[in-house]
Design a protein around this ligand. Structure first.
Ligand code: ASP
Length: 438
């Protein structure tokens, strides 16, 4: 029998009703032996996540404000869950201890981590599973970086002692014993770490969407869910703004060859999205896997006659960027022009200085900076085999009466990136989507 590690996000554990759904999912498959839990998320759109409430308590203490009334709301969230589940479980001692600790300046990360700690205690009780505190099995180094080696050894040994257990997500411990969290959304990372240590056959990540969508639902109406996506495609799409999973969650399981299955707690019968390493066993069902895009880019175009014969020109341009601590996104170039695509935020205070440095270092004929560019990435492992994909992308965009400002295709043929004016972003996005998904 294989082992599945299942992680439930905050919206999947926001109230008793969701706890029941979670229990039904866990109990439906005996392979679901290790459960990683987030803190209670929002119950409705204007609600506040418990993690945010805990951060607020921490800030209040720093401002010498009394947290009693506000903390009572946090306690209320947990007590409501316990009561509505009909559990005979008293966590008042824990709640009191935590309130005291926060009041006496326990660290910011300690405060935030108690959201998952308490939720996991309740979930373990409700499921009848053991509770393993992340504090005893997830380690960080002195410099704050996650300690993979130590965690693997200790966590693996601990998991062996348990048939079934709940482990809180999001945090671990520093060498000096203080609590440290991953960045926001970090329970995804814990889930991945647990899956790796358990030698799981699958890491199920349960959330409130039925997987990765082929396009951003805020831009394209009711986009289809992606059935399978490779880690590399996922990286390309996430980089361009598509987000369902914490970026760092991919590494532990990818290295161990464990697939991730994104599932929807509110629609458990939907297969969700499988994130896999190889493409052999999962042939692409479509030429393109997904589309994602971001606004807020600028294109710096540098022109100089006979540039292509000037050795070291490109290096000098990049040196200037480096001196100004500016990362770049793309470098499309022509015979006598070189363009650099950068996120506009980096230009805010450095525009004049950058132009002056470029003038000095490469003595160009002209430098033009255009702002307001949006980038759209069309990603798909199926593109390697299909001829004419680029033509279809460009045709779709021009048929929508949108002017393409920049094109970049990596030689891996995993993606095509086009730059358009920001005002054409939605139009271009939809045109590409409907070209490939009828
Ligand atoms: N509760 C934490 C957050 O809101 C971590 C998580 O849910 O993954 O960021």
């Amino acid at each position: 029998m294989g082992i599945k590690v299942v992680k439930f996000g905050g919206s999947s554990l926001a109230d008793a009703e969701h706890f029941r759904r979670v229990a039904a999912i866990v109990k439906a498959d005996p392979e679901r032996r290790f459960v990683v839990a987030s803190a209670p998320g929002k119950r409705y759109s204007s609600d506040v996540k418990v993690t945010d409430m805990l951060y607020r308590c921490y800030d209040m203490v720093r401002n010498h404000e009394d947290i009693t009334a506000y903390y009572a709301k946090i306690a209320g969230r947990y007590n409501d869950i316990i009561r509505d589940l009909g559990l005979n479980f008293d966590i008042s001692g824990e709640l009191e201890y935590i309130r005291n600790a926060i009041t006496h300046h326990s660290g910011r990360d300690f405060a935030a981590s108690r959201g998952e700690y308490l939720n996991s205690l309740i979930l373990a009780k409700y499921l009848g599973f053991d509770f393993i505190d992340a504090e005893s099995v997830v380690f960080f180094r002195e410099n704050g970086v996650y300690d993979e080696e130590k965690t693997k050894v200790e966590l693996r040994a601990e998991l062996k002692q348990h048939q079934r257990a709940v482990i809180p997500g999001f945090y671990g411990v520093m060498p000096n014993g203080t609590i440290k969290t991953f960045s926001r959304g970090g329970s995804d990372v814990t889930g991945s770490i647990v899956a790796q240590a358990a030698d799981a056959t699958l890491y199920e990540n349960w959330t409130d969407v039925s997987g990765f969508m082929m396009a951003d639902p805020r831009v394209v109406k009711d986009p289809e869910a992606i059935k399978t996506i490779t880690y590399r495609e996922l990286r390309e799409l996430s980089y361009m703004g598509a987000s369902v999973l914490h970026e760092e969650a991919v590494f532990p399981v990818r290295n161990a060859g464990i697939p991730i299955n994104i599932r929807n707690t509110n629609e458990p019968e939907a297969p969700g999205t499988m994130i896999v390493a190889g493409t052999k066993e999962y042939d692409a069902e479509r030429i393109i896997t997904g589309i994602a895009g971001k606004k807020g880019f600028s294109v710096i175009t540098i022109e100089k006659d006979m540039m292509n014969a000037e050795i070291g020109f490109g290096r000098r341009v990049l040196d200037v960027l480096e001196d100004n601590e500016m990362p770049f996104e793309h470098l499309p170039s022509g015979v006598d022009t070189m363009s650099v695509v950068v996120a506009s935020e980096y230009l805010e205070e450095r525009r004049e200085k950058l132009i002056a440095s470029l003038n000095k270092r490469v003595r160009p004929d002209s430098i033009v900076i255009e702002d307001g560019i949006a980038l759209i990435a069309v990603v798909g492992r199926g593109m390697v085999k299909a001829k004419g994909t680029a033509a279809r992308v460009f045709n779709a965009i021009s048929s929508a009466d949108v002017n393409i400002r920049m094109i970049d295709q990596g030689s891996s043929e995993l993606n095509i990136i086009v730059g358009v004016d920001e005002r054409d972003f939605n139009k271009a996005h939809n045109a590409i989507y409907h070209e490939f998904v009828k």
